[in-house]
Structure formats: C-alpha cells, structure tokens
Design a protein around this ligand. Structure first.
Ligand code: PLP
Length: 390
C-alpha cells in the first residue's frame, strides 16, 4: 500500500505513524502492570473526549461517569448498552433515519419491546413524532447522533429532553461524532454514549468505548446481558484498568496513543478543524454542481465529519467506474449503504486529516467525475474549498 494513499472512508481512518508502530511492540500479558498502564492512558484520554467535547473546552458533564473500553467494534458497545438497561418487559423507543439508527432498533428488538420512530434514510428527525412515542412507560430511548449512512447530524438535544421528561434512559450512538464534534452529555441528558476507535478517534479498528453516567451504572443489570457484555463486570475490572477477558493488547496500545493525540490537539481546536474541513467538502461539491444528499429541517445539521452527496444521474448508470477512477488516483471513498448503493457517495474528514489532504480529496473526486463524463467544475470546487479552509 502506498504511504500517501488517501483513505477518506468513514472508518477505518488513517492512523498516525506512532499509533501504527505501537501495535507492533513486543507483546505483554493483559494482566500485567504494563498493560494496566496502557488501559489507564486510554481511559484517561477517553474521559477527556467524553467529558470535554465542547466548543470552548468546558466540561460537558458533572456526573463523574466511567469510560469503558471493549474488545469489539461499536455495534458491540451499542448492544451492551441496550442489553444492560432493558429486558423483555421493558419498552424501548428507537429513533431511526438511517442504517445505524436501524441497527440500534434491531439490537433493541432482541432484548425488549421496541417502538420505532422511523423516517426515510436521509430525512431529518421530527422531534414531535418522538414526543408522541415516548411515554412514562419508556425505559430506554436510543438514537444516533451523527448518522454515517446519510451525513445528517440528528437533534440529540431535543430528543434527550423528551427522554428526560419521561425519566427514560437516553442511549446515544456518538460513533462518528465523538472525537470530531461537540457532544454535550449533561445538556443533552445523555445517560450512555457510545463511540468507536476507528472513526474520529483515529485509532485502529477493533475496539469501542462507552461513557456510562452513574445514573446509568445504577440501572445496569449485567446478568441479563450477554455474558461477554456484562457491564457490571466490565465496570469492576475497569477500576483496576483491565477488561474481564483477554484484552486486544495491540489495539489498546494504538487507542491509548490516539486519544493522547486528541488531548494534545485539544477538543475545541479539533471540533473547529472538523467543522472547517467538512464545510470545505460541502462547499466544494455543491459549487462543482453536485447536490447534498440529506434533507435538513430546522432541528438538523449537516454532519461535520461525513459528507454525503448525491451522484449525478449519468454516474448512477455505472457508479463502479466512478469509484474505480477515485481509487486509481490513490484515494478511497465510500458509496451508499443498502438501498442507497449507487445513489450517493460519502467522504469522511474524521481523524487527523490536514487541509492539504482535504483539497487533494476534492481534486481527486472532481477529476474522477470528469473521467466518467460528469459535468462538474473542479476548479470552482477547489476555490470554494480553499475559501472555507482559510
Ligand atoms: N454507528 C455508527 C454511526 C457507525 O457509523 C458505525 C459504523 O460505521 C457503527 C455504529 C457500527 O460500527 P461497526 O459496524 O464497526 O460495529
């Protein structure tokens, strides 16, 4: 793989050199003091991300919650959250407007009675519809903050207020926002937040993390969850900087360094950079003559970490040619998922990308469109991106 290959998929994302190197260090036992110190570093870095993802760096929670790290990607953390909070007699409301909202619902279906509040993928959530579905009988509300399948930033604050009014536990997937965008735990009434190493944290794929507030921790029933996801057990072991079962040592080492880099950059600076870079992508592609895919309402924003753009009609006839033309230029982007395949392309700015890499992404995508005969103005797009990056 060429060193300058430009990975612009929404996870996994490019890794810093020292993060890559850390994964090839000699092995240690997951019950050793060396490993405990790696876990502690990773946990401290995650505490920083979960508790300081505000525009001005002020704490986002007074709750003194706990960051947990799992062997397993975000789907496992999502399942752990639901399975420890809800059982067969409980009511869960799942808000769905994309693939990952649907995944949360599918997970919850296995453990509890679910009322979905569903919208077409790419359509904004209407908080009033959520308010109609959540009742005093609702135990848990699940939703995705940044819907990676469609590029929409969903109204977590509004839904969190509804959950709090009914005393429901609010479980939020911040997989592609945490580490790249604002995430206000107390203000949004979040009880459990979930994220993934391989997204905006810019760590290797394979681990995920959860922030559990004390209120959520008190409600966890580990014995009713899958054995591997017993969060009471995870919490007990986390106190001594270990996991209940064998830890993925190299991945934890990579994660510990990656979250350390986030602390070095500072969350306010990191959020500002992600916002600047995503606005450069949006400006570039719309100025080129393309259309954004998601439909925003007043309660929603475009994602600050992932840009989803409709493919022009001519490209939809043979989208593979377009994606191949991108790859031939030394870059990789993603298409649409499930029924959105062949309809959209998705490009990520998660992690540690430089402004130069963003501009290279714009040019690469623009040139790939020209190669397959699409009518785009690459230079106008580049100028619009530069303007946003200034
Ligand atoms: N949630 C969101 C918003 C995601 O973007 C993803 C992955 O892309 C996931 C959850 C699930 O991650 P994984 O499939 O790696 O478990």
């Amino acid at each position: 793989m060429r060193e300058d290959f430009l990975l612009l998929n929404p996870g996994p994302v490019p890794l810093a050199r020292d993060v890559r190197q850390a994964m090839s260090e000699p092995m240690v036992s997951h019950r050793s003091a060396e490993f405990e110190s790696v876990y502690e570093d990773a946990q401290n870095g995650l505490d920083y991300v979960f508790e300081r993802s505000s525009l001005d760096g002020t704490p986002t929670t007074e709750s003194d919650g706990t960051s947990l790290i799992f062997n397993g990607t975000a789907t496992m953390a999502m399942e752990a959250a639901v399975a420890n909070l809800a059982g067969a007699d409980d009511e869960v409301v799942s808000v769905v407007n994309g693939k990952f909202g649907r995944r949360f619902k599918r997970i919850a279906d296995r453990y509890a009675n679910v009322t979905p509040v569903a919208f077409d993928w790419g359509q904004s959530i209407d908080p009033e519809a959520v308010a109609e579905a959540v009742t005093d009988d609702t135990k848990v509300v699940t939703m995705v903050h940044n819907e990676t399948s469609t590029g929409l930033l969903n109204p977590v604050a509004e839904v969190g207020e509804i959950a709090a009014e009914h005393d429901a536990y609010f479980v939020v997937d911040g997989v592609t926002s945490l580490g790249g965008d604002e995430f206000l735990i107390d203000e949004w009434n979040v009880d459990v937040a979930v994220t993934d190493a391989q997204k905006a944290l810019a760590a290797p794929p394979g681990t995920s993390a959860m922030y559990a507030t004390p209120r959520a921790q008190e409600a966890f029933d580990g014995e009713s969850a899958p054995f591997y996801e017993d969060l009471e057990w995870h919490l007990r072991k986390a106190d001594s900087h270990q996991t209940p079962f064998t830890s993925a040592v190299p991945l934890f080492r990579g994660l510990a360094l990656a979250v350390g880099h986030i602390e070095d950059e500072g969350m306010p600076e990191r959020i500002a950079r992600h916002r600047r870079q995503s606005s450069a992508f949006r400006a570039a592609f719309t100025t080129m003559g393309l259309s954004m895919f998601p439909e925003r309402n007043d309660a929603s924003e475009y994602s600050n970490t992932l840009t989803a753009v409709s493919l022009p009609a001519s490209v939809r006839e043979n989208p593979t040619d377009f994606f191949d033309a991108v790859t031939e230029r030394g870059a990789s982007i993603s298409g649409g998922q499930a029924h959105l395949g062949g309809e959209i392309f998705r490009v990520s700015n998660m992690g540690n990308l430089s402004d130069e890499q963003i501009l290279r992404g714009v040019r690469t995508i623009g040139e790939a469109f020209l190669e397959v005969g699409a009518d785009v103005d690459v230079e106008a797009g580049m100028a619009a991106a530069r303007e946003q990056l200034r």
